[in-house]
Design a binder for this molecule. Structure first.
Ligand code: ADP
Ligand code: MG
Length: 353
């Protein structure tokens, strides 16, 4: 443009800022579900209920039995850049899913959000609503424990984004995917997903196996439930360590390979990630065992001191940056090759013997 005069610069108001930020954090109903379920996990919930209608477009309701929010903190919980999870002194010591203090503010700016909560140790529950950025006042509510977050009409306040939503079916599939990933990462938590627009049909429940005290067994059981019994039968356990990074999980035998890479689930410190470096390492590990058009299936968990990995790379936190990427890659490549070679060796000796 050719300005006859320099344009006036103004400070944007809070709601506009929140809507812009929402564009990064909340792309579709599934990303709202991810943020809300992660909040429930951060609150120490052991049972999380997820209800959606019309693919999450008209309703997302998350119910948890976590620590709750004190009535006087409710307005702050919905404010931007307000969080109980970090004090800002060390961005390399993050152990929670959340830390940006943006999700609830973003969701309240682009939809109709109501948070009802009963803080542990409080006699009363309270609720507050925010619609398209306008917050009401905190009022008493009835709830025995935990938190219920209800998000209606996502993106009603940002019509441009509303147009980008896909069919109910596609959106609800994406929600299911998010729940599966988080359920894999948290085998001790019970998840129930229900589509209320189908009269409650299509309910998925991932029960927590409280009887199995062993986390590895719990993980095996949870993966078999989420990824199917066939994966469970064809997967070998991986548990190895190198230079402060630990790799655990299950990787399928090459014979159980897929035509696409959809069955690859990677987690860093319990956080589901889609990370090019890690996907590449997984491919490299199977290189000698699979042809180019086949893809391995695996659910792998890297755990390390939070200091060794930066999760503050991406607003949705889907990418991470390792301080020593070579170590992370090497751990996956050598850990899996070793496990696969051993499994192959066992198989061939069984046949021979
Ligand atoms: P962040 O998760 O990055 O802190 P959010 O906007 O998602 O930011 O949440 C803001 C705050 O609200 C959290 O730090 C937490 O204190 C509180 N909160 C949100 N959801 C829940 C929940 N389900 N249970 C308890 N507290 C919650
Ligand atoms: Mg959060």
């Amino acid at each position: 443009p050719n300005y006859p005069q320099a344009p006036v610069i103004r400070q944007l108001d809070e709601t506009v800022i929140n809507r812009i930020a929402a564009g990064e954090v909340v792309e579709r109903p599934a990303s709202a579900v991810k943020e809300l379920v992660e909040n429930a996990l951060d609150a120490g919930a052991t049972r999380i209920g997820i209800e959606i209608a019309d693919g999450g477009k008209t309703l997302i309701r998350i119910t948890d039995d976590g620590c709750g929010i004190a009535p006087e903190d409710l307005p702050l919980a919905l404010a931007r850049h307000a969080t109980s999870k970090i004090d800002g002194s060390d961005l390399l010591e993050i152990r929670s899913f959340g830390f940006r203090g943006e999700a609830l503010a973003s969701l309240g700016a682009v939809g109709r959000l109501t948070v009802t909560s009963r803080a542990r140790g409080h006699a009363e529950a309270a609720k507050v609503s925010v619609t398209g950025g306008d917050m009401g006042s905190v009022t008493p509510a009835a709830l025995t424990r935990g938190t219920v977050v209800e998000l209606r009409d996502l993106f009603f306040a940002t019509p441009a984004r509303l147009k980008f939503m896909r069919s109910d079916r596609a959106e609800s599939q994406a929600v299911g995917d998010v729940i599966k990933r988080l359920a894999m990462a948290e085998p001790a938590v019970c998840f129930t997903l229900r589509d209320v627009s189908n009269g409650g049909e299509g309910r998925i429940t991932f029960r927590a196996d409280a009887e199995t005290g062993d986390l590895f067994d719990a993980l095996r059981g949870r993966l078999a439930r989420v990824l199917g019994a066939e994966f469970g039968e064809n997967a070998i356990a991986v548990d190895t360590e190198r230079d402060g990074l630990r790799l655990t999980g299950f990787a399928a035998l090459p014979t159980y390979s897929r035509g696409s890479s959809v069955a690859q689930y990677l987690f860093v410190n319990g956080r589901p990630v889609r990370d090019k470096l890690l996907y590449g390492a997984l491919r490299a590990a199977y290189m000698d065992f699979l042809s180019r058009d086949r893809h391995p299936a695996a659910a792998l968990f890297i755990d390390c001191d939070p200091q060794l990995v930066d999760v503050n790379v991406h607003p949705a936190k889907a990418e991470v940056r390792f301080r020593e990427p070579g170590t992370a890659r090497g751990l996956i490549v050598s850990g899996l090759r070793h496990a696969l070679a051993e499994a192959g060796h066992r198989a061939s000796t069984t046949v021979a013997g």
